[in-house]
Write a protein that binds this ligand. Structure first.
Ligand SMILES: [Fe+2]
Ligand SMILES: [Fe+2]
Length: 187
């Protein structure tokens, strides 16, 4: 059965993919010895630290724990998801430090930035695809209307709408930057 919770997760994935696209462009600038947009890089790091890491991943783990109650052999998927989220946090931490280092010391920080940013980008894209192909369909297939009602009640206690709104407002600014970058590329 489908739920608006899954639809929200998919829409959060679309937002993350847009930011990763912007990040890819910044990586290309640094690789070409051109000036990156430091403010944008910091915003991307801040967004991933404050939204996916704090809100998106715990929501997914809650859902998959519920799937395991219905389908015991999904325990392996839950272990994979938790391990992947730990890895995402580590890559994000490394990427954030590399952004700061790049901005403070561009001459010395660019190699470290390129390695950390590419690893972060590849890991995030692979993780999003795995979830879309495996985990979301598993949840849609196994969970009942009752399970989703329980999940929605837990999420209502967990996610403070103010934090979610703030994070989404920040994403809105970055999204507008993406729009103007795309129109410049198309011109
Ligand atoms: Fe995830
Ligand atoms: Fe996700």
């Amino acid at each position: 059965m489908k739920s608006c919770v899954l639809e929200n997760l998919r829409s959060e994935h679309r937002a993350m993919r847009k930011l990763l696209e912007l990040l890819q462009h910044q990586i290309e600038l640094v690789a070409d010895d051109r000036q990156p947009n430091g403010e944008l890089l910091l915003e991307i790091a801040e967004y991933f630290r404050s939204y996916p890491d704090l809100f998106h991943h715990p929501k997914e783990e809650l859902i998959l724990r519920c799937v395991v109650r219905r389908k015991a052999d999904a325990a392996e998927d839950l272990a994979t998801l938790e391990a992947e989220h730990e890895a995402c946090s580590r890559e994000l931490h490394r990427f954030s430090r590399a952004v700061v280092r790049l901005l403070l010391d561009p001459a010395d920080g660019s190699d470290r930035f390129l390695s950390a940013a590419l690893a972060f980008l590849d890991n995030e894209r692979r993780h999003l695809s795995w979830e879309e192909q495996r985990f979301f369909s598993l949840a849609a297939e196994c969970l009942t209307a009752e399970d989703w009602a329980e999940i929605e009640a837990s999420l209502a206690n967990f996610a403070d709408p103010r934090f979610e709104r703030d994070a989404q407002a920040r994403f809105g600014r970055i999204d507008r930057a993406l729009g103007s970058w795309r129109s410049r590329m198309a011109a």
